[in-house]
Each structure stands twice: as C-alpha cells, then as structure tokens.
Design a protein around this ligand. Structure first.
Ligand code: FAD
Length: 545
C-alpha cells in the first residue's frame, strides 16, 4: 500500500488527492490543510464581497466528510505541516487550534502550499487592522463583515492585478466608493497599455477611481498617503500587490528554489529531494514560448500539474509543455482575456515582434446587439510565429483567446489563424471570425503589403505634426478628431488625391482601422510608398462604443 501525504488542501492539493485515488484504490491518502476549509473556490472569493455569492459556505466545494465518504481521502483541516524530514520520510503536523503535534510518515509527499500576498516594504502601516488580504474563505468573510460593522464608505485597493480588480468591482457593486492604486502605468499587467485603457475606462464609467503611476507610501487612519503627496480616503485597504510562492517549508527542508524564488521541479514536478513533489503557485514553471523559468498563479495549471505529478509516480508518461498563462476576467460589462506574451514581455525578452489590433463586431454588424470586439495579436517577426493575444469585448472573448492559445500550444503561425475554419452564424460572430481577421492582417504585415503604426504612437505623431488623414464621415469628424488631422471621407478619397502628399509620411485612420486599411491599400497601389494605417484607429484611441 502506497502512503501519500499532501500539504495544502485547495486547487493543487485536492487534485493530487483525487487523482491518486482514481489511480489507486488501495493508497492511503492524507491531505493536511492549515486553514478551516479544503477545496474551496479561491477564484469565486471576491463574489462574496458583492453578495453575488451571498452565503460564504457555498465557496467551499468539498468538506472533509465528503472527501472521506466519496473518495476515502483523509482531508484534515486546521493542521499545518511545520516540518519535513526527507531522510525519514516523515512530516511534523501541528493542530493550529489546540497546538497538538503529531508525526506522520509518507512514501510520497506532495507540496501544494500556494502563494502568499506580497507586503511591500515601501508601504508603512500595513499591519493595521483595516488592511486586508484576500486568499481564502475566512479572509473574504472578514472583509465583508468588517466593512459593514465599521460602516465603511471608502475602500482603497492597492494593486491592479486580477485579484485587485475583482475585489474593486465587487466592492463597488456593494456600494463602497473604491479607489484602485497601481504604481505602474496601467492596470492588469497581462495586457498591454492600449487594451488596458479600455478596461480602465469601463471601471471609471462605473465610478471606480483609478490612480496610476503613483505608489502608496503609508496607510494612515482612514487615508492612504501616496508618493505624490496625494491622500486617498480609505476606511479599509485591500492589499493586492501581488503574490509570492509560499516556500517557507521548502526552504526549511532543503528543497532547492529556482531563479524566480519558487520551488524548482523537474519536468515531472519532482523536487531535488527523493519522493517529494511540488505543484501549483509555489513552483517554478517553464514558459512554453520563452523556455525560461516563470511563475504563474492560476487554477488550471495547478490542477494539471497535480494530475501530471501523480501520473508520474504511477508510472504514466507525462508531457510537460510548459505554460503560456491563458486567463480571463470580467470587468463590469466587459470581458477581457489574454494568452502568451504581451508586447512588454516581448521587449523584455528582446524578441522581434509585430502586433495587430482588429476591431470587428462580435456579431454580424446589423444584429441589434452587435458590439465591438478588440483583438490584439502579437507575433514574431519575420517568422510570424504566434506569441500572444489579448481581447476585450462585451461578448465571450475567451473564445478568440482560447483558439489562439491552442494555436500557440501547437506552435502555430499567423497564416494558420487566417486559415482556421471556425463556426459562424450572425448571432455568434462575423463571417470571418476576429481570429481569422487578425491572422489575415498579420499575414499582410509580414508580406510587407502595407505599413502600419500602433495607436499608441499617435500622441508622438501629433507632437511631430505628422500628416494624419481621418477618413470617417464629416459628421463623425466634427464630433471629435485627432488634433490637426485633416478629414477626407472614404467616399471622397479618390477624388481628393491632390490632398495626399507624396513627399512626406501620411497616416490614415477611420473608426476601427478597416476602412483606412482599404484606403492605405489603394494608395499603395497608386504608387504612394510612405503611407501608414493607424492600427486600431479612433475606437482604440478614444473610447469604447
Ligand atoms: P492554493 O489553492 O492557494 O492552496 C494552497 C493551500 O495550502 C492553502 O489553502 C494553504 O492554507 C495551504 N497550506 C500552505 N502551507 C501549508 C502547510 N504548511 N500546511 C498545511 N496547509 C498549508 N486562478 C484562475 O485560474 N482563475 C481565476 O479566476 C482566479 N481567481 C482568483 C481569485 C482569488 C481571490 C485568488 C486568491 C486566486 C485566484 N486564482 C485564480 C488563482 C488560483 O486560485 C491559484 O492559482 C490556485 O488556487 C493555486 O493552487 P495551489 O494549490 O497552488 O494553492
């Protein structure tokens, strides 16, 4: 009989336990969890703040009793593993309620201790009792109940990653005035600046205050002081400034850490110590695109690693391709999804890349509910290998991103995206799916059929007094336009070629970049060599419809 001990009873740990049971009916499986719950839904925690999930007990998916009755697994809550003796294959376990210490032994030990919140040393006052972190069910109950009890009105959220954004949105829905503070240039690091602008607008439109490029330096009574000297009203503070792999026990045991500071594992999730495996947020992964060490805190990878590690000890072959970080988040009425590398990551990795931004409608344009879908595709240059994608829209943009994520995992190129045969019906998408369109535009760029500039370069162009032609209709132009742009509508363009100079660069834009692309092509065919389409055009520049 194999004896399996698991440290941590949530995403990774519970998946280890149940996979082991599915492979071996005779194994003795014990899972220790220091908190009061096993197998809770970390991802749904923020929804208790808005009472979308009103009863917090619903966040707990499995109880120790269910684990015992349905899987014959000993899920032991309120028990922290405080020591591992790898030589004797034993663990020391402390009952956190009574202090009682017990010793257990194992044939195989699995670590899935997760990650812990980062407490930036640069911020004073984080030990105050109105500063909260959000990792588990007791955390969310405490935030929810304390805010009511203290009659809180203003909440500051430090950090603009997905936990911070979800906390901010759910608190806003519950009637709190929320300010989200991010020291970087934009919220949500998993997307680039152009996509983040759309997200931020959605949050501002829902009365969330966003402070960027400014860092909290001190949490004070009912206020947060920022580096700029600005004060933010805050009866409570949610600290969501990132997480770090929980490696305390691993370090203490002599388990090697990788260069990112997470637990180093081989491709079978085995640590440097015999019979000790590790999975989940605590481990260092390989990024499938850069092939470099990488940290990722996502639920499905944790579950997948758990399955892989258990399969391995039962002699099954596993294929560990690394991770690409596919993820999605709803933000009020928007859905946001991303996969692979962002532009910023490409720059950091010194990867030569190009990107395209297409903005078709999410249904056939004449359908009453049709809304813009922003899809950004990032690809290697000049090979066209797909590196990443980001999408925002009011429909299920995870479809586009999941398709591209699949293509990335099969080493796809942009030409592969244009050729994909995907479902179409007017209610579901445009005839050419946004993914096909992004593939087509990217292929055109690779083939040098036309030139483009990113919407993020427009400010520079204006400052340099570049020649920008807005080809929207006169009425749209009159409502608002780029400073100093001239207006020649698409319909009038061919009869106004005298206004298009040949001796200087010309930049064209329309609403989404599609019409201006057509005129760009026409000009190229007419012998203009210095013509650029502004990718994303006015929709990406200005506002979400
Ligand atoms: P965890 O699920 O965190 O479990 C680790 C457990 O180990 C903890 O319960 C901890 O108490 C226990 N533990 C640690 N040390 C010990 C010890 N010594 N003894 C006993 N027990 C110990 N991911 C997504 O993919 N999509 C989402 O939408 C999403 N939303 C999220 C929202 C929130 C608010 C949070 C906090 C996370 C979210 N995540 C999301 C991330 C996802 O939950 C994690 O990536 C995933 O749970 C990692 O699994 P894990 O097993 O490594 O760690």
């Amino acid at each position: 009989m194999v004896k399996i001990v698991i440290i941590g009873g949530s995403a990774g740990g519970a998946s280890v336990a149940t996979r082991a049971r599915r492979l071996d009916e005779s194994a003795q499986i014990t899972m220790y969890e220091r908190g009061p719950h096993v197998s809770f839904s970390n991802c749904a925690l923020p929804y208790h703040l808005s009472e979308t999930i009103a009863n917090p007990n619903r966040l707990v998916l499995m109880t120790p009793e269910k684990f015992k009755n349905e899987y014959n697994i000993d899920a032991i809550v309120n028990h922290e593993v405080t020591e591992i003796s790898a030589q004797d294959k034993k663990v020391t376990v402390k009952n956190v309620l009574t202090g009682e210490i017990t010793i257990d032994d194992y044939d195989y030990l699995f670590l899935s201790p997760g990650a812990s919140p980062v407490y930036p040393k640069t911020i004073k006052g984080l030990q105050q009792d109105n500063v909260y972190t959000l990792r588990n069910v007791p955390d969310v109950i405490k935030i929810h109940d304390d805010l009511i009890e203290k009659n809180a009105k203003h909440v500051a959220v430090i950090g603009g990653g997905f936990i911070g954004i979800e906390a901010a949105e759910n608190l806003n829905k519950q009637g709190y005035h929320v300010t989200i503070i991010k020291r970087h240039h934009h919220l949500l690091d998993t997307v680039d600046d152009d996509i983040a602008q759309i997200i931020q607008k959605e949050m501002i439109d829902h009365n969330i205050d966003i402070v960027i490029n400014d860092a909290p330096v001190e949490v004070m009574d009912k206020r947060v002081l920022l580096a700029s000297g600005k004060m933010i009203s805050a009866d409570a503070v949610i600290l969501a400034a990132g997480v770090k792999p929980d490696t305390k026990l691993a370090v203490q045991t002599g388990i090697t850490l990788g260069v990112t500071g997470a637990i180093q594992v081989n491709q079978n999730y085995q640590t440097n110590l015999p019979n000790i495996y590790a999975v989940g947020d605590a481990i260092e992964l390989k990024h499938a695109i850069t092939q470099k060490p990488y940290n990722l805190s996502l639920a499905y990878p944790a579950q997948m690693q758990a399955r892989g590690a258990v399969d391995r000890i039962y002699g099954r072959q596993i294929r560990n391709r690394g991770v690409i970080g596919s993820q999605c988040i709803p933000i009020f009425d928007l859905n946001v999804a991303s996969t692979g590398l962002t532009e910023k990551q490409c720059q950091k990795e010194q990867i030569d890349y190009r990107s395209v931004l297409v903005i078709p409608k999410d249904k056939v344009a004449i359908m009453p509910q049709a809304r813009p879908l922003y899809l950004k595709l990032i690809f290697g240059y000049p090979d066209g290998k797909i590196l990443g994608a980001q999408a925002v829209g009011r429909s299920a943009v995870d479809k586009q991103i999941d398709i591209i994520a699949t293509a990335i995992q099969y080493n796809g190129y942009v030409e592969d995206l244009q050729a994909l045969e995907l479902c179409y019906q007017p209610e579901f998408s445009t005839t050419k799916n946004a993914v096909n369109m992004a593939g087509l535009v990217a292929t055109n760029i690779l083939n040098g059929e036309y030139q483009q500039v990113s919407v993020t370069q427009v400010r520079d162009l204006v400052e340099k007094e570049a020649y920008i032609i807005d080809i929207r209709g006169r009425r749209q132009f009159a409502k608002g336009h780029i400073v100093n742009a001239i207006n020649i509508s698409m319909a009038e363009f061919r009869s106004h070629l005298d206004q298009v100079p040949k001796d200087r660069p010309v930049y064209l834009h329309c609403v989404t970049g599609k019409d201006s692309y057509n005129i760009t092509r026409a000009l190229v065919n007419l012998g203009y060599t210095n013509v650029y389409n502004i990718s994303g055009s006015f929709s990406a520049l200005c506002e979400y419809e």
